[in-house]
Write a protein that binds this ligand. Structure first.
Ligand code: AMP
Ligand code: GLY
Length: 420
């Protein structure tokens, strides 16, 4: 089979690395790919957001796997032949691309989530904030690359965030609507599942680290590292599928939307139980980096079974190891970051996987080309061993302005957590 993978981040490098192991696949294209992907796939000069260009090229392949949310929200799947496309339709992707839609759906079908209100004007949101007594979270309703969520401590800050979104329009149309919700406290975990619209196969649970600085401080980022398996037992995952994933997909069906592909639930374990923070319509990034290396099954099996609506017939086999991924980012990320710095030491890595996020190949050199540059994933018999391996291997890599968190996975160690 010939496969086109849309995207060019760490998630897509990991997906391509895993797809390349499949005996069913003999050629992989990436659009646009990156410096690491170029080693195992043919990179095309087509942006992940150029739907026309992607559809045109797709005539050359048997299957298109879409990594990022933007092409899904723009309807790439609607335009591809049904048997050739992996991912939800534009309508399905609304679960991520419109947070107010997702919140209303959750309320309708009884999925536990934070109390919320939706606002379309500065005046009404501002009047609501004036009377708010508890801590609140303000969210841009549309897509914002993980940067549209603000945890608010006081009214001054709330007004300034509101002004940025609704008056200065820092997020463009994505900020036409906002969701203001109750602040939830607890430990977060991502559960990502394949669904063919009827059945569900979850991947190992994974914990992302969204804050820039150690100890969960600083601004939110796309994710600075992740480990798997994390914080949920098998029984809890079964409950999550039954109480969160099934009602979500059935609720969508009632609205006339068949959801097929990957469904990602960002969860938080509160004192009142597990609640949903957000749904995404794709694999997580960086969650994919530690999760897929633990998967023994050929990933083409669940991908093809999802498309053929035959997920019931397969099961996934996992290694009993742990994996930890630490993101190496560029000075200035997540705001303004530097690019074009030479990355040294990549060939000194012998005991970890290095998935490229923002890199490009120039001659023999690999240069930085994004905010999140590389993800280093170490595997071990225990979480502790996987953390140690990862940090030991990171020492080999150098580039000007390189930054990483020093405490990825630590939260999991404190709990002495065992996935059984
Ligand atoms: P989201 O994109 O909605 O998952 O939000 C990004 C991050 O903001 C989450 O991973 C949480 O760390 C935080 N967050 C979002 N909603 C809430 C909430 N209601 N209470 C507390 N933290 C939240
Ligand atoms: N790691 C968070 C996300 O993929 O949305």
């Amino acid at each position: 089979m010939k496969v086109l993978v849309v995207g060019g981040g760490g998630r897509e490098h990991t997906l391509i690395w895993k797809i390349a192991k499949s005996p069913l696949v003999d050629k992989i294209y990436a659009a646009p790919g990156n410096g690491g992907i170029a080693e195992i796939a043919e990179c095309l000069p087509i942006s992940a957001e150029d739907i026309g260009g992607l559809i045109k090229f797709a005539k050359n392949v048997d299957l298109v796997v879409v990594g990022p949310e933007v092409p899904l929200a723009d309807g790439i799947i609607n335009e591809l032949p049904k048997g050739k496309a992996f991912g939800p339709t534009k309508e399905g992707a609304t679960i991520e691309s419109d947070k107010s839609f997702a919140k209303e759906l959750m309320k309708k079908v009884g999925i536990p989530s934070a109390e919320f209100k939706v606002f379309k004007s500065y005046e009404s949101a501002s009047a609501y904030i004036e009377n708010a007594k508890e801590a609140i979270v303000i969210k841009v309703s549309g897509l914002a690359a993980g940067k549209g969520v603000f945890i608010i401590k006081d009214k001054e800050e709330a007004k300034s965030v509101l002004n940025e979104i609704m008056i200065e329009r820092a997020f463009g149309e994505s900020g036409n609507k906002i969701v203001i919700e109750e602040y939830l406290e607890g430990e977060e975990v991502s559960v990502i599942a394949f669904t063919d619209g009827k059945d569900f196969i979850p991947l190992l649970p994974c914990q992302d680290h969204k804050k820039l600085l150690d100890g969960e401080k600083g601004p939110n980022t796309g994710g600075m590292g992740a480990y798997a398996p994390a914080i949920l037992t098998k029984l809890e995952i079964e409950n999550v599928i039954e109480q969160i994933f099934e009602p979500c997909v059935w609720g969508l069906k009632k609205e006339g939307i068949t959801y097929k592909g990957i469904l990602y639930a960002g969860l938080i374990r509160t004192r009142e139980g597990i609640k949903v923070l957000e749904f995404n319509c794709r694999f997580g990034d960086p969650e994919t980096q530690p999760v897929l290396p633990l998967l023994e099954t050929d990933i083409m099996e669940p991908i093809l079974a999802t498309i053929e609506e035959n997920l019931k017939s397969i099961s996934l086999k996992w290694k009993s190891d742990y994996a930890t991924c630490v993101i190496l980012s560029s000075r200035g990320y997540p705001v303004k970051y530097e690019k074009g710095k030479e990355i040294m030491g990549l060939n000194e890595i012998s005991n970890a996987l290095v998935f490229h996020a923002g890199t490009k190949k120039e001659g023999d050199k690999i240069l930085t080309n994004g905010g999140r540059v590389l993800g280093v994933t170490g595997i071990g018999r225990s979480l502790e061993e996987s953390i140690e391996t990862t940090y030991k291997e990171i020492k080999h890599i150098r580039f000007d302005g390189m930054y990483h968190r020093k405490d990825i996975g630590k939260k999991g160690l404190k709990k002495n957590y065992k996935f059984t």
